[in-house]
Design a protein around this ligand. Structure first.
Ligand code: G
Ligand code: G
Ligand code: MN
Ligand code: NA
Length: 253
């Protein structure tokens, strides 16, 4: 459709950007990584939300082009950050359907290598729908990613029904608790219990646990007290344009 044509042209014209959101160790504030989030500032027409955009692209033949364009952009942008800050990771959101494309893993690994980046510092964020759609193929792809030392993160953990299946099946590098469980954290005994049990599970599995959607200092402190050490959210830093990343880091430390 028209929207996709316009989006494809916008990518080619470099009018599509990725905002960067830091992830920190909430105990001491150390920056542990950044997640990239797509932003399209349409020159004409209605503004389009990233969520709608991603959903539209995911269901279109443009998904592969979009994914590789994203990787080219954010890997190139990450290289100087990594040099300047040292031990930080880059987390890229990946639509599950692209895992089915032939040569996906090899192309990702090649792009990482060409940018001079250690694959161990790159994480692909996947939601659990990947496992539901095509478990056998997903398993092969994920094993291949891990063989290339690229990390895997489960995004929006707990939002669906099969999140735990991932943990049983794959050596996951990180779990991100869906922000719906963090939003009412201070008032919700249930959400606190859920986080506490995830802390126990993740500690025994040796998997870092990240809270998404940390909006207040109170939430941050409660999470740390419960043993959830890593966090992301507006209360720490919203997703910011790439040009603001280095200045933000300088101010933060
Ligand atoms: O900031 P936020 O509104 O950007 O993100 C909306 C949704 O779009 C989230 O589910 C997020 O994971 C997804 N998303 C954001 N950027 C990307 C991207 O570059 N690729 C993919 N596949 N999904 C993205
Ligand atoms: O699906 P995924 O977790 O990749 O997408 C993250 C989404 O959450 C993005 O839309 C991002 O802009 C948004 N986000 C990041 N921090 C916060 C926060 O503190 N509160 C809320 N409500 N959304 C956030
Ligand atoms: Mn994400
Ligand atoms: Na998420």
């Amino acid at each position: 459709p028209v929207l996709l044509e316009e989006f494809e042209a916008a990518m080619a014209a470099n009018e599509v950007d990725w905002h960067w959101q830091p992830k920190i160790d909430m105990r001491d504030g150390r920056i542990t990584g950044f997640e990239t989030l797509v932003r399209w500032n349409r020159a004409k027409g209605e503004p389009i939300s990233p969520e709608h955009l991603v959903r539209t692209v995911e269901q279109s033949p443009l998904l592969e082009t979009f994914t590789y364009h994203c990787l080219d952009r954010v890997l190139a942008e990450f290289a100087p950050i990594r040099s300047a800050v040292g031990d930080v990771t880059l987390a890229v959101n990946i639509s599950p359907r692209v895992l089915e494309r032939p040569g996906f893993v090899e192309r990702v690994a090649e792009k990482v290598r060409l940018n001079g980046i250690d694959p161990r510092s790159v994480t692909l964020e996947l939601t659990e729908t990947a496992l539901i759609n095509n478990p056998a193929q997903t398993r092969r792809v994920i094993e291949s990613l891990l063989a290339h030392h690229i990390q895997l993160s489960i995004d929006d953990f707990g939002a669906g029904f099969t999140s735990f299946g991932y943990l049983r099946e794959f050596p996951v590098g990180e779990i991100k608790i869906d922000r719906s469980f963090i939003a009412r954290f201070s008032e919700s005994r249930f959400d606190q219990s859920l986080v506490s049990s995830l802390v126990v599970l993740c500690e025994s599995l040796g998997i870092p646990l990240v809270a998404e959607g940390v909006e207040t200092l109170e939430t941050r402190q409660r999470l740390v007290a419960l043993g959830c050490h890593y966090g992301q959210g507006y209360g720490i830093c919203p997703p910011i344009p790439y040009a603001q990343v280095m200045p933000w880091i300088a101010k933060w430390y």
